[in-house]
Design a protein around this ligand. Sequence first.
Ligand SMILES: [Zn+2]
Length: 246
Amino acid sequence: MPLLCQPPRTIDPDLAYAAAVEERTDNAPASRGGRHKRSVGVHTKFWATGRTLTVAWVDDPLDTEHWQAIQRAILQWQPHINLDLQFIDGREGRPGEGRGDVRITTDSNRNYSLIGTDAKHNDPWTPTMVLGVKPQASDFEATVMHEFGHALGLEHEHQHPEANIPWDLAKLYRHYAKAGHSEQDVNEQVLAKLPKADTRYTAYDPESIMHYPVPNDLTLGDWEVGRNTRLSDRDKALIASIYPRS
Ligand SMILES: [Zn+2]
């Protein structure tokens, strides 16, 4: 199991909603005939289709090989999205300073990303994505693709409303406690089911890059999900439906 990829700062839900709807009106929840109260917390955070999305390296010095490896992993999303990904030098004093929609630091031992448009109201000098994973690590590419999925607005697949993972809760909590994660962290990042309000809701996909691996020894009975290392067919179809080519 990877360390949890929850960003340490929480975004004010009202500001997050405003940023999402300003970017793209269909980020607002669809009306459900008035049977349910609309909730500001339940909305998508996708970027406007067809826009340029700038992705900036912000660490000094710039490690060209490392940056190119990150770009190669991120670019695996490119054929499936109608967004123009542009990679820029976002270091202090460089032309790209403060201009990255997604701002990446590698100076960490953690990996996480803000979800989609949540990045818009971070201040422009704060990274929105942390990629501590090293290029020589076996899970480097999968980790970068997973975190960039968050930057595109995707949430965790293991928290899909139809995911029915038979966790051995005691073992799961113990596993994450060893890495310094509280039961509340595990509840929020592993166990909590996401609301069905996402208009881009598709069937549960255990092969998704957005699914954490589920080791057999943390489940009851014989149940596991391996480490997914590439975009699944449904990842590609889902993201293409979110960012369609007209
Ligand atoms: Zn994640």
